[in-house]
Structures are given as C-alpha cells and as structure tokens.
Design a protein around this ligand. Sequence first.
Ligand SMILES: [Zn+2]
Length: 487
Amino acid sequence: MKLKHLSFFHQNSRSYSVLFILLIFIASCARDYVTGKRTFNLVSEQEEVKIGKEADPSISAQYGLYNDPELSAYIDNIGQKIAAISHRPKLKYTFRVVDSPIVNAFALPGGWIYFTRGILAHFNSEEELAGVMGHEIGHVVARHGAEQMSKAQLAGIGLAGMSIFSPELARFGELAQVGVGLLFLKFGRSQESESDRLGVEYSTKLGYDAHKMADFFRTIARLSESAEGSLPNFLSTHPNPVDRESTVNRLAGEWQKKINFKPLKINSRDYYKRIDGLVYGNDPRQGFVENQTFYHPEMQFQFPVPETWKIANMPTIVQMASPDEKAYIQFSLALEKTLAAAADKFVQENKLTVINRQNTKINEFNALLVDAKHETETQSIRVLTYYIQKDKNIFSFQGLAKTADYESKKNDLYYVMTGFRQLTDQNALNKKPLRIRIETVNNPDTFKNVMKLFRMKEDLFPELAILNGVEESARLNKGDIVKIIRE
Ligand SMILES: [Zn+2]
C-alpha cells in the first residue's frame, strides 16, 4: 500500500461513481470517429472528457504514479505522436505511467491512457510499445469506454472509498477482485479487435513495424499461461492472444502494402536504455509478506497474517480473507485526525450498531476498539474494528464475518489486529526492490547460459525468458541485449 496517496483517493472516488450512474440515464447523439457516422451514444464528448478527468485522480491515487520524469516524458511523446494522426486528433490526451507490477495498459474515456511499469518492463522494443499505445488510443477514439463501461466496473474504482456494505460489493470473496478495479476493466471482443486494427493502422502510419505489436501477444499468452500471470491484463483473455497475434500480423502486412510503408530507423538499444533500472515486481517499500507477517518498511509497522489466509496488498489497502472466505479483514489508513473521529465515521457510514467501544493499547500504541453489528433484513454481519495511532497516522483494521460464523473466526481477527507492532527488523526495513538491468551478450551462447553468466537463479529462467521475449532454448548472439533482474 502507498498510504500517502489515500487522501486524494477518498475525495474523488465517490463523486465519480455517482456521476457515472447519472450519465447512464443521459443519452445523446455523438459521432463515431472511426466511420464518421453519427451514432447513438450514451455520453457526449464533453461528458466523456468529464468522466476521464474525474476518474484520473482516483486512478493515480489508487495505483500510484511511477516517479521517473524521463520515462514519463518518453511515453507521453510517443502517445502524442500517435494521437495526432488518430481519428480524434483534437482531443487532449494524457499519458501516465502507473506504479504497478501488473502487466497492463488501459484507457479512460476522454483521452486518459495508463501504462503500468509492469508492461513497460515486458516490451522489448519501441514498436511493441507503439502498437499497444495505438490500441489504447483506439479505445478512446472509438469511444469504447463511454460505450461499454458498466456501473459495476466503474464502481470498482471507488471501492475503498465506498461503503464496504454496498450490496453489490459485500460478498466477501469477491471484494479483492472488485478492489483492483479499473486495471482490469474489460472490453468486449469486437472492441478489442477494433482497437487492434486501429493500433496497427496508427503505428504503421508512423513507421513502426506492427509485426512487433503482434509479437507482444505472444508475451501476453505466455504470461497468462504462467502461474504469476494469472491476473487478467490489458489484452484480456478474449479474444485469445494467439488469434490476435495472427490477425495483427496479417493486418500489419496489409497496412504496410496499403501505405507504401517506410520504417522508422529504430535502434533497439534505445528502448532498453529507457527501462534500465525500472522497478520490477512488487516494491517491498510499499509492503510485503514474509514468514506469515505483513511488513511495511516505509511506515515501519508489521502485523501477523494467519497461516493459510489469503492476502492482497493493494495500493491503498491490504485485504485478507480466511481460506473459506468466511472472515475478511481490510487494513488501511484513516483520514481522520483522531481515533474517535475515524471510528465515528465508519460506524455512521456503514450504519453499524455498536456492541462495545473502548480505548485500549495495542503494544505501545493508543488504540480504539469498536465491536459492532451490521444488520439488514437478509443478513447479520459482525464487524470488529481497531483504530491505532502510530506517529501522526491512524491505521484501521476492519474485520468482518457473518454473525453465525463470528465465534469461530474471532480469534483470527484479534490475532491479526492486536499483533500490530513497530517494525524494527533491519532486514525488513532495508529491503530493496528488484530492478530491470540491461546487459550485452559478449559471447554467442544459449539464453540459459547467458543468464547463468549474469548470476540469475535458475528458477527465474522461465520468467526471464518471457521478460526478454525469447524461448528458454534460444541462442543469443554477440551484441544482443538482455534484461536481467537485480537489486
Ligand atoms: Zn484493449
């Protein structure tokens, strides 16, 4: 979690989902920018821009922006070039690099486009980047976001700012999935295909070889096959990436013929230089789990995680669920200035009936315990919360279980919450993120041997092969560039 972004997030999320619900009911006529036809559309361009503009701070806050001005300027530059030759060149486009290890790129209505550092790590050329950029601009141009976004998908943006008892979101098991929100916003098959076509068209017109864009679908396919790639990504799983690879290859050939293609002179080393030093994978500074313990080096605290519990460390919130998903804990930073104010707000917003409320201590920290119930006609949920004052911050634990399950789950809830303590372990405090490093192959050899030479661990080879866009069995030549992973 990147707690410093929280305040931003809370201010914007609510108004946004309310806004969108309103927009659903405002239908208007708008132009289809690709075909030039006038189409029936739910939102006007003005409204589209408004949606993007209001959601952008939430996204920036929830996921965090990657702090590398040079890299951001480079992405912006490529994005603006493609936008300028797109079917909607007059729209103002904003491109951002999101501080997430997930491999993804996504677009909001009105011209806001996001690339994660995870996807930038996986590109092996500017051509791949340009193709995906064209694809995302394609979604904006073709107004897919405005057309397709459902209330539920958009609601995901604001999850942490919304009542956790909102009826659609309250099913525990699904909370973690909904929480990741927009990163996984899915478009339909025909919309993805249309964006692929536009991505090929735009990148080809600028002199990028779109066959390279097709190559990136192989990376996507390999990531979704591998265990750690189990999360959905920008290209979603439908249409299937392998089909899209062949379609994009065919379209690339067609467009190159059609426009008398003149390729840009691109030195592949240039892209690699841009990502040399890029943070790779989870950044432990924002919290990590080891030995059944959640550590947060930046804010210097830790708490235990019960064995076999699932944990999701998201940018503004940590979520945990028991293996049977009958108990759930959410941990976050409260915005209020006092323990009492934080508790009051939570109790009011969620219409809780307080059973017990008392000042207490958790290790050396002042804390406030609120044991409460949330009852509706259909269900009764027990809500155990602790607010803890550490330095100038107030942290909150919110534990939930159905009243019927509470007795069997309460020990786990107390174990986590009362285990909150100061982090003093130097190893945990000094844990550094891994970074992409760029190296040059000095002697022709197999990929595996080259990786060994750079002292990469063998269990990382499959991941490194995907990262480099080669097979593990590949042979590399002298002068080839490879990405490795180091502190
Ligand atoms: Zn897409």
